[in-house]
Design a protein around this ligand. Structure first.
Ligand SMILES: [Zn+2]
Length: 270
């Protein structure tokens, strides 16, 4: 369940030209435009710290469950080393950050995944943190929004990683029962076990422009069905046209759209 690299999409900035329009990559200009191309709006991948900084109201984000760390439940050789390398690279303890914040003054429980941390794979810590975020939303009657980016289940944790699909799905059901809105923002790429569980269970499913969204990646599918796939296959726009995504929200509009959605889905206590 791992995502293969995709030639049409930059792994991260550092490539010389924008994949959307071909202009030379300029770190300052891209940074100033929320990591999008200032000429064509191409969305580069973004890590949790930057997302939280632009999405949450200033100084409103308070992280919870910050110290959860993965064990090595199936005693896989080399997994601990991989984890510490990932921790150093992404400067996070696992592939998701969760916390409370406000967006334009509206309280929100926010989870943001990191692709840099072992490809955003979902192991027991990601599953537990997503679960806690969803259950906290149910308990406190606060809307939940999760930004997803993932290559799928963390196979280094064997069955424990697959269990997270059922676990996060049942937490999403609890949130649903409590009538608290759940929003998802699918970011590039969201695949595998994350797509096959909580990422598709939100009340409103949003996506960033151009994000790859699917279960297996396009090359695996092409190899399996031995047919070439249509252009733009599994991109956010394709998935919107097919009904998997409700709407596509460019980064610059996300604060506005999210606060509007919170308002639209809130109802006075009765
Ligand atoms: Zn461009």
């Amino acid at each position: 369940m791992s995502i293969e690299s995709d030639k049409t999409r930059p792994e991260k900035p550092g490539e010389k030209n924008c994949p959307g329009c071909g202009i030379p990559y300029d770190e300052t200009a891209v940074s100033a435009a929320m990591r999008t191309c200032p000429a064509c709006g191409w969305h580069y991948r973004m890590e949790p710290a930057e997302r939280i900084a632009y999405l949450a109201d200033k100084d409103s984000f308070t992280e919870f469950s910050a110290n959860l760390r993965s064990l090595n439940p199936i005693d896989l050789t080399g997994y601990e080393k991989k984890l510490s390398e990932a921790e150093e690279k992404a400067r996070m303890k696992d592939a998701v950050v969760t916390g409370t914040c406000t967006v334009e003054g509206r309280p929100l429980i926010l989870g943001v995944m990191s692709f840099q941390f072992m490809g955003g794979s979902m192991g027991s810590v990601v599953g537990e943190k997503v679960c806690r975020a969803l259950l906290k939303g149910a308990e406190e009657k606060t809307p939940v929004l999760i930004y997803t980016t993932s290559g799928g289940a963390r196979m280094q944790e064997g069955i424990f990683s697959l269990l997270q699909m059922a676990k996060t799905s049942s937490a999403a059901a609890e949130l649903d029962k409590s009538k608290v809105p759940f929003f998802i923002m699918l970011c590039d790429p969201t695949t595998g076990g994350v797509t096959a569980s909580f990422a598709m269970l939100a009340d409103v499913i949003l996506a960033e422009p151009g994000a790859l969204i699917g279960f297996a990646g396009p090359r695996v599918i092409e190899g399996t069905i031995r047919q070439s796939l249509p252009e733009g296959f599994q991109r956010a726009e394709f998935q919107r046209d097919k009904g998997f995504v409700d709407t596509i929200v460019p980064r610059k509009d996300q604060r506005k759209i999210i606060s509007t959605l919170i308002d639209l889905h809130s109802h006075p206590a009765s």
